[in-house]
Write a protein that binds this ligand. Structure first.
Ligand SMILES: *Cc1c(COP(=O)(O)O)cnc(C)c1O
Length: 225
């Protein structure tokens, strides 16, 4: 019988193998277990197996699950409405989905009220699909320059979602482009920005993402089924 433990072992081995291909180890890669639609008992089971990072795409669900499993690190990976910002700032370990300036301002304001710097990733729409949010690659540099005005925002990297496709290789070009964008803009120095992370890759294509430089992968169905 396939258990969560066996699925987790399989994912961990595949992460290790992909990481080695570009000179890293599995400890350099963070797996965020995506728990949307997953009941709390399953999340608890994953935590008991050693998973520390969990991702939710809805603020209410993140808050609810965090209140039940407060020791875990909770990542917000879905689109964030400006009016929900106050509910998630100070709660989320990392917000992966900063995709517009008004949201940056709202997060900054909330961070200031709490006296914290809020860690975020900037979501980039590499594929250009209209169904996806995110900055255009060409707009990221000027966006990051403006982040200098927002002292309570702390941009720690970039995130993208590849188009859905059963063939994981079809995501490679998207991941490569995000990695090269990060390299390009890392040369410049921006205030309140430290580009350490690349969050890309899901159940379907996380190995390809790691091969292309991801250090955070977001895995739901491959773990929880
Ligand atoms: C649902 C979701 C994932 C996980 O997708 P799986 O295919 O189940 O691994 C990753 N990232 C985001 C932004 C998601 O919404």
């Amino acid at each position: 019988m396939e258990t969560m433990r066996s699925r987790l072992n399989d994912i961990t081995e595949r992460i290790e193998r992909a990481a080695r291909k570009n000179g890293r180890r599995s400890k350099d890669i963070t797996m965020v277990a995506v728990t949307k639609t997953v009941g709390i008992e399953k999340v608890q089971e994953a935590q008991n197996l050693g998973v520390c990072d969990f991702g939710e795409n809805r603020v209410q669900e993140l808050k609810r699950k965090k209140s039940l499993l407060p020791q875990a690190r909770w990542h917000l990976i879905g689109r964030l409405q400006t009016n929900k910002v106050k509910d998630v700032v100070g709660q989320a370990y990392l917000i992966h989905s900063l995709d517009r300036w008004t949201l940056a301002e709202a997060i900054n304001k909330c961070g200031a009220a709490l006296g914290i710097r809020v860690p975020v990733l900037v979501q980039v729409n590499i594929s250009g699909e209209t169904s996806k949010t995110g900055l255009k690659p060409g707009d990221v540099s000027s966006f990051l320059s403006s982040v200098g005005e927002l002292p309570n925002l702390y941009v720690l990297g970039l995130m993208t979602i590849a188009p859905e496709d059963p063939d994981p290789q079809s995501s490679r070009a998207v991941f490569r482009e995000l990695a090269s964008l990060k390299n390009e803009i890392s040369i410049r120095k921006y205030t309140n920005v430290e580009l350490c992370h690349l969050s890309m890759g899901m159940s379907q294509d996380f190995e390809v993402a790691i091969e292309e430089g991801a250090d955070i992968v977001r895995i739901g169905s491959a773990l929880f089924k």
